[in-house]
Design a protein around this ligand. Structure first.
Ligand code: PLP
Length: 380
């Protein structure tokens, strides 16, 4: 059992993110239900997509997840230091010369560069080191170019301490283009054949992220790497039942009545066209509420959608509550999540801001305390 993680008592502000651990567990079992016993790497990079890496990883560990994946060595170290004993795969590898820390913290490196082999071999001192080889099959970002595979295998065979425990690739268009995915998988299977003809037997073979896991069972191989879906967000429309696990809320700290034709906020980017009741919320782009939502987004107050008017500033946001009956100081304002039977989704917020759901949640900044709930409380 891990100790409960909650914000410190100094987390006084009413702007906070609430994370439902129950919904997280539910999403994990939903994903498990799509698989045939394959191993699940829970992707908890970028602070578990803004949800809090340590509490999320601890809950997933308690609920039987198989392993974790992070982008950075530092993220792996944070998990180890918090008591996570599961395998931790470092997706972005050992760049910036972090080979020593990878070994010290028992992290599993993703390798896609010949030069890493020599460094690991040198540091091994006779101890075996397991790596996952990443082959680029069409993402064109990280990964060993397919044409370099024979040379890589040749070098690997000279490094007696290094074992290829995993072979992986990453899908570029699993959410929107089955043909590109099929092409990537053809190349990946070609790589698999080459690898096994040369006598390597990677046990963990993986390609699928959330959209790959949901839409492409043929990409499940022996493991999947799932991030977004665990957080209850969808990479593309799907029938798979997932529950959002975060609710982002604030409160009204100031209310005023503005006459028609009054400018609001910096640059007066909004002018009232009627007598307007304006509410001010203690949340701004310094908290990750994107400025792009100025004069475009909405929040919920007493179950009603209220437009964000004026420019969002670093710490404050102004909304039009003229049509909210009985609106008072201290009323809750929901940025996304449920309130009084109504809801705003992360996807809606993303579309207003001209971005994707991944960016909305990972942008919520450190100064927003995260509260972990076993169950959603009734709101309203
Ligand atoms: C290599 C790799 N695998 C898996 C994932 C998880 O993707 P998703 O959040 O779509 O599940 C990511 C995320 O960007 C990634 O970079």
């Amino acid at each position: 059992m891990f100790p409960a993680t909650q914000p410190p008592a100094s987390a006084l502000r009413p702007t906070r993110a609430e994370v439902s651990l129950e919904a997280l567990g539910y999403n994990l079992s939903t994903i498990r239900g799509l698989l045939n016993g394959q191993k699940i790497y829970a992707v908890v990079k970028a602070d578990a997509y803004g949800h809090g890496a340590v509490p999320v990883a601890r809950h997933l560990a308690q609920n039987g997840v198989d392993a974790f994946a992070v982008a950075l060595v530092e993220e792996g170290v944070e998990l180890r230091e918090s008591g996570i004993e599961h395998e931790i795969l470092v997706l972005n590898g050992a760049y910036a010369r972090t080979h020593r820390e990878i070994l010290q913290y028992r992290l599993t490196p993703v390798v896609s560069d010949l030069s890493d082999l020599a460094v690991f071999q040198k540091l091994s001192r006779g101890r075996p080191i397991g790596i996952h080889l990443k082959v680029d099959t069409g993402m064109s970002r990280l990964g060993l170019p397919f044409c370099s595979l024979p040379d890589f295998l040749h070098e690997l065979e000279r490094c007696d301490a290094i074992r290829m425990n995993g072979l992986m690739t990453h899908l570029a268009r699993a959410d929107d283009d089955p043909e590109t995915t099929a092409e990537q998988l053809r190349l990946f299977e070609h790589a698999l054949r080459l690898v096994s003809e040369r006598g390597h037997q990677p046990l963990t073979i993986h390609a699928a992220n959330s959209p790959g896991t949901i839409r492409h069972p043929e990409a499940h191989y022996s493991a999947v790497r799932v991030g977004l879906a665990l957080y209850g967000l969808k990479p593309a429309p799907t029938e798979v039942p997932l529950r959002p696990i975060m609710r982002w809320r604030s409160e009204i700290i100031s209310l005023r009545l503005l006459a028609e034709d009054t400018g609001v906020g910096y640059c007066h980017s909004f002018k009232t066209s009627r007598q307007t009741r304006l509410a001010t919320l203690p949340i701004g782009y310094g908290d990750g509420l994107m400025r792009a939502l100025s004069n475009r987004g909405f929040v919920l107050v007493r179950g009603r959608r209220c437009p964000i008017i004026g420019n969002i500033s670093m710490d404050l946001t102004t909304v039009d509550v003229t049509d909210v009956k009985g609106c008072q100081l201290g009323d809750e304002a929901v940025i996304f999540g449920e309130q009084e039977g109504q809801s705003l989704s992360v996807d809606e917020v993303a579309s207003w801001a001209g971005t994707i759901n991944y960016e909305i949640v990972t942008s919520i900044s450190k100064r927003v305390p995260r509260f972990y709930l076993e169950k959603w409380e009734a709101h309203g």
